[in-house]
Design a protein around this ligand. Structure first.
Ligand code: BGC
Length: 364
């Protein structure tokens, strides 16, 4: 329902959190979280999108490091929808030809990326309105994905709780249950530029990924099934490495990207929260640590940004002007179920999907 009135809605009685109706659509709001350091994070219940992350640089100057728009309507009406800041799913990343078999039944999903399925299909979790509930230091967003939606089996009750801590951490806690066996693999798709959104290429950022293996892909960016050692390749980010160093390397996998758009299998010690990746931008001194329980991470270097989308500060988002660090199970895992190195993505009735990822900001 359309309504052009901008209304202010109080965020319960909590400090540090305000909610504003930000769209012509009645049920869409934006929540603002603030911590004692002045860090500000904005989240909308449309697509569970993180619309803004304002953090200090090493001199204390604040900048918004998340690509996106200044109005939720712009997310809805954009000419291209590269999933800025959103939660993607039911299966984030790709499923080959949009097909998989589960308990002997073949399921066919929407194919929205050539012949493949990407980020949950035509209307994935990034394009639906979630129900919002204010919680301490944050907001809990819930969505019921219906049995058959985008081809997936099972009514999936999903929530993501975003909280902001005084240690400059955005904590993202995902929980889900189902009434029929299904697949789940959700992640957040924020595009970062630690020099500030709209400030050009991310290729000068230094990235560390704690992984010694990737899942090489074919031309459609579908994993071949191998696990490849990163040693001696442009995929070795085990030490902090400038992204620009390898992004145009003469390497078949890089050509497929084109650039970085790959999945790394993390070198994990156990099942708990571990640092998966560390991103550092030398001019601002800003650091982002990605801490997760997930087994893998997609580093997508913004290869498909082409300058057509203009962001919140009026600057066009050019080629490689933002990057995503998407914690996840590996792409197309459901078609490698049971294979070594491919943890299961199946959720059954009675089980609980429960996973946390943290974006932690600091300076050096
Ligand atoms: C994928 C890219 C895709 C992009 C869409 C990323 O997560 O890895 O291949 O083009 O999302 O914006």
């Amino acid at each position: 329902m359309k309504k052009a009135i901008l209304s202010l809605i109080a965020c319960a009685a909590l400090t540090g959190c305000t909610a504003v109706k930000v769209s012509d659509f009645d049920s869409i709001q934006e929540y603002t979280l603030k911590n004692k350091n002045g860090m500000v994070v904005k989240i909308t219940n449309y697509g569970a999108i993180i619309t803004s992350i304002v953090v200090p640089d090493r001199e204390g100057n604040m900048a918004d490091v998340a690509l996106g728009y200044d109005s939720v309507d712009s997310y809805i009406n954009a000419i291209d929808r590269p999933y800025f800041g959103a939660v993607v799913g039911r299966y984030g990343n790709r499923i080959a030809k949009g097909k998989f078999t589960l308990d002997g039944v073949e399921y066919e999903l929407a194919t929205n990326n050539g012949e493949n399925h990407l980020h949950g299909g035509n209307i994935g979790f990034d394009k639906v309105v979630w129900t919002a509930e204010v919680v301490e230091n944050g907001v809990k967003l819930s969505y019921l994905a219906k049995d058959g939606e985008e081809g997936y089996p099972g009514n999936l009750k999903l929530s993501v709780t975003y909280t902001l801590t005084d240690d400059n951490e955005i904590v993202m806690h995902y929980e889900a249950t189902t009434d029929k066996a299904t697949v789940v693999n959700v992640t957040n798709h924020t595009y970062f530029n630690l020099a500030g959104e709209g400030s050009g290429s991310i290729n000068g950022h230094l990235l560390q990924i704690n992984a010694s293996k990737t899942t090489p892909v074919d031309a459609g960016l579908i994993p071949t099934g191998e696990l490849a050692d990163v040693t001696g390749t442009p995929f070795d980010f085990r030490q902090p490495t400038e992204i620009g160093k390898g992004v145009d390397a003469d390497n078949q996998q890089i050509k497929y990207g084109p650039g970085y758009d790959h999945n790394w299998v993390l070198d994990r010690k156990g099942d708990g929260m571990e640092v998966a990746a560390v991103l550092y931008e030398p001019t601002s001194g800003r650091v982002l640590e990605v801490i997760t329980e997930e087994p893998s991470i997609q580093f997508y270097g913004g290869n498909f940004l082409d300058g057509r989308l203009v962001g919140k500060s009026g600057k066009a988002y050019g080629y490689r002007s933002g990057l995503c660090l998407e914690t996840q199970h590996s792409p197309d895992s459901i078609n490698h179920e049971g294979e070594e190195g491919w943890p299961s993505v199946i959720l059954r009735p009675g089980e609980k999907y429960d996973t946390t990822t943290i974006y932690k900001f600091s300076v050096k």
